[in-house]
Design a protein. Structure first.
Length: 447
């Protein structure tokens, strides 16, 4: 493999915004509707937007002027959602998508083509493993999976055709915190964008401040918070210098024939606001979103805005309940093993604090003896917790990954992701902790 070149000192991030997170999710980028003075962000159910003149239309389409053309690319409701999440994550801009899987797909395809490769942590959600190992492989993009316990493996697995490094900040369902700081430092040293999936830890973890360059999320989970809609989002931290590596990132630095030979870095400099703050997302919005069309509906964006407004109240409760349930499971004789970030070895505990502070995370994974049959019996005995394949709901959700989310994943990859035959994943909800423990306890009694 061709060795990657070193870079200079890490750039300093912009100062923290004046508003606290609790205020940003309620007031960020919107005060009231100028026409009606409505204080709730309206749902703009419009697919097209009028132009003032032929010149105005031409300037907007050719990106000489900021404006809207079609709701596949931008929508006023979605704009507010994007700006609030960008502010919450500490990024310069965001792009909402129709799902978390769409967010991952666009983030990688924005810089990788047939013949390129990416290096990814092996600790991933089953659907993401399939996307990277199977679907991307058919597109000619190789994924090199590495064990993230040694951050240097990312460097070792990379060559001159590597376009990014990818990982989940808190892997689902392995729950072993990813070394964002360590891998981020290596990524900066060699000039490689680090993309972190922050689905499980919005608000309580800030990967862009820890060394990541881009984050993706399934907003269907904790941001929405109530299991009512599907969505995703990509946030650009604005700290990666694409111009410094023109040979490695030709899609970002060379004329783009799919958009009139535009130079994305130059085009972004000419636009104000969030659309011009990120050439990475400007390109994505006007090529991949334009061509593939995985945009959220305005109503989905509205629901995610509603969820975002209570996220600072919900996440601490999710984490507090999870810690108490983890303590209970750790002492239960019917439980073989409990995986919870605060219970890991010295390194995992350090990374948990590094990534999430005092919050231990909102999920628990535990193993019971008896394999798939015992796992099935446990699930069927639950009375309060729902048996679904989702996470991040206000309600407690239970999953048996070996028979659901990771059923199509090869056994070796499944084990690497932390899924054994008797593994149970619990997305701990907002119910009273005594009721959650009572339900889990009675289900374990028959496991």
């Amino acid at each position: 493999m061709t060795k990657l070149q070193k870079n200079g000192p890490a750039p300093q991030l912009e100062p923290t915004p004046a508003l606290h997170a609790e205020t940003t999710v309620l007031h960020g980028s919107y005060r009231c509707d100028p026409a009606t003075l409505a204080t709730t962000v309206p749902i703009y159910l419009s697919n097209a937007y009028a132009f003032e003149s032929i010149d105005h239309a031409s300037d907007v389409f050719d990106l000489r002027r900021e404006g809207r053309t079609y709701s596949r690319l931008m929508n006023p409701t979605t704009d507010i959602f994007e700006q609030r999440v960008a502010a919450l994550e500490g990024g310069v801009a965001a792009l909402a998508t129709s799902s978390g899987q769409a967010a991952i797909m666009l983030a990688i395809l924005n810089i990788a083509v047939c013949g390129d490769n990416i290096v990814s942590s092996a600790h991933l959600y089953g659907g993401t493993i399939n996307l990277l190992a199977s679907t991307f492989q058919r597109l000619g993009i190789e994924t090199r999976f590495v064990d993230p316990s040694d951050p240097e493996r990312f460097r070792e697995a990379s060559d001159h055709r590597t376009r990014c490094w990818f990982a989940e900040g808190l892997p689902n369902p392995k729950l072993s915190p990813f070394p964002i700081v360590e891998v981020g430092a290596i990524a900066h040293e060699v000039g490689m964008p680090l993309i972190i999936d922050n689905t499980l830890t919005p608000l309580i973890s800030h990967p862009l401040k820890l060394g990541a360059h881009v984050t993706v999320q399934s907003t269907s989970k904790y941001i929405c918070g109530h299991g009512t809609t599907i969505g995703g989002i990509i946030v650009d931290g604005g700290t990666f210098d694409w111009a410094a590596y023109p040979e490695r990132f030709p899609l970002m630095t060379r004329p783009d024939i799919s958009h009139g030979n535009i130079l994305w870095l130059d085009a972004a400099r000419g636009l104000p606001g969030p659309y011009g703050a990120s050439p990475f997302l400007l390109k994505m919005r006007n090529t991949l979103m334009r061509d593939f069309g995985p945009c959220p509906s305005p109503f989905a964006s509205f629901l995610c805005i509603q969820g975002l407004e209570t996220l600072p109240l919900r996440m601490p409760r999710h984490c507090s309940n999870a810690r108490q349930l983890a303590d209970y499971l750790k002492a239960h004789p019917g439980v073989v093993d409990v995986t919870y970030p605060a219970f890991g070895g010295t390194v995992d505990r350090h990374r948990a604090v590094q990534n999430m502070g005092d919050h231990g995370g909102p999920m628990i994974v535990f193993d019971i003896a008896g394999g798939i049959e015992a796992g099935g019996r446990f699930i069927e005995r639950l009375r309060l917790a729902y048996h679904v394949s989702n996470i991040g709901d206000a309600r407690t959700l239970a999953t048996h990954p070996a028979s659901t989310t990771h059923a199509s994943v090869p056994r070796e990859a499944r084990l690497a992701a932390g899924v054994c035959d008797g593994t149970i994943r619990i997305s701990v909800g907002l119910e009273h902790i005594d009721d959650i423990i009572a339900d889990i306890g009675q289900a374990l009694g028959g496991a």
